[in-house]
Structure formats: C-alpha cells, structure tokens
Design a protein around this ligand. Structure first.
Ligand code: GRF
Length: 212
C-alpha cells in the first residue's frame, strides 16, 4: 500500500496537480494548518481524506509539529509532499521524515529562498527564473534538488505574470518528482539526487518564450 500525505495552507493548486496525476498511490491524505484553506474543498472533490489541524490552537511550534506528526504517522505515508505549506517546520520534525519530505519552491534554488521570490527576481533583474522540487532539510529551502524548471523573464513581466508562468511549471515538475519517488527511482548520493531511468535533461526543463 503506497500512501502519500500532502500538506497545504492555501489555494492548493500544486496539491491539485498531484491529485490529478496520482500514479501508483493507493491512498492520499491532505492536511491543512488552516481550516479555511480553499485547497481542502478541492481535495474533498477528489474524494481524498482531508484533515484540518489549526496551528492557532497550539501555543508552541513543537506541540503543533508533534500533533501534525501524529496525524501523518497514522497514514503511514511513503512520502510527505509540502505544497504551499506556510509553516516553518521544527528540526525534529524534519529529521523524523528525513529523505521522504519534498517541497516545491517558486525559484531556482539556491537563488531566492524564502518569500517574495518573484518580486525579488524582478528586482535583481535575473533573465531566468523558475521553480525547484527539493528534499526538505532543517535549513529553509535548501535541501537536495530533485527537479527544476526554468523560464525566461520577459521585459514586461510583472510579479503576477511571472508567478503565473512559474506556477505552470510547478504543476509539471512536482507530479513528475512525486512519481519518481513513488517508483523508487530517486537516489540520494551525498547532497545530489540521481533519478534512475531518466535522461539528465528530464530533471531540468527550460521553457523560453511567452507561454512558459
Ligand atoms: C507555490 O508557488 C509553491 O511553490 C509555494 O507556495 C505556492 C503554493 O501555491 N511553496 P498552491 O497552494 O500550490 O497553489
């Protein structure tokens, strides 16, 4: 039985991309730290189990993380996928799920970790921007990289247009990376990820031009 847990906080478009693409996954559970998250409603439409665990009911980060870990462990997941989960996770939480916790980040890491990535990319005048799927380590937005997709930054781009084109790419690479993980094709060698049975260029997508 292959089980996947997806953690969300908001609109859940990456979660939806994962739900659409589910492959060799018998059971999916979506957990949100915000009971109002739009993504929870979307998840229900896909008939998967949803859990709302409001972080505001906990006075300390660690007690929330412990409660979250309890819910996750009950699902016995092979993989936990963060999909717009807007919480800093405690080191002990990250350690507990070491090498089976993935995140999608809207920049070409290690550039622009943290928030406001599209605005910062525009400010810096980078010509190429994109998104990254990576393993989660205690250092924020810094773990071994599984896949990346790049797009050209166009002269008239705004934060919104850039975000929209990057998001399209997120929806391509995250399901792909999860699929590789579920098929046991991801190997971590020191800090580098190798994906068996793929050409090197399959883990890096570059889409120049208007449409992304
Ligand atoms: C995405 O841009 C993702 O990269 C970042 O948070 C955003 C979540 O969007 N971590 P959604 O909830 O998946 O639509």
């Amino acid at each position: 039985m292959q089980s996947l847990v997806i953690l969300i906080s908001g609109r859940g478009s990456n979660m939806q991309a994962l739900l659409e693409a589910r492959h060799r996954i018998d059971r999916i559970t979506v957990i949100s730290n915000d009971p109002q998250a739009v993504g929870l409603e979307i998840a229900k439409q896909y008939g998967v189990t949803t859990i709302a665990l409001d972080h505001r009911g906990f006075s300390e980060r660690q007690s929330f993380d412990n409660a979250l870990a309890e819910r996750i462990d009950a699902c016995q997941p092979k993989l936990i996928a963060l999909a717009g989960f807007m919480r800093i996770l405690s080191d002990s939480f990250v350690q507990r799920y070491r090498n089976r916790l993935l995140n999608i980040h809207p920049s070409l890491l290690p550039a622009f970790p943290g928030l406001g990535t599209h605005a910062r990319a525009l400010q810096e005048g980078v010509k190429i921007h994109g998104c990254t799927v990576h393993f989660v380590t205690p250092q924020l937005d810094h773990g071994p990289i599984v896949a990346q997709a790049a797009i050209s930054v166009l002269p008239d781009d705004t934060e919104e247009t850039l975000a929209a084109r990057v998001l399209q790419q997120e929806h391509r690479i995250y399901p792909q990376a999860v699929r590789w993980f579920m098929e046991d094709r991801i190997k971590l060698v020191a800090n580098r990820v190798e994906v068996t049975g793929t050409r090197a260029d399959e883990t890096t997508l570059f889409s120049p031009g208007m449409t992304g």
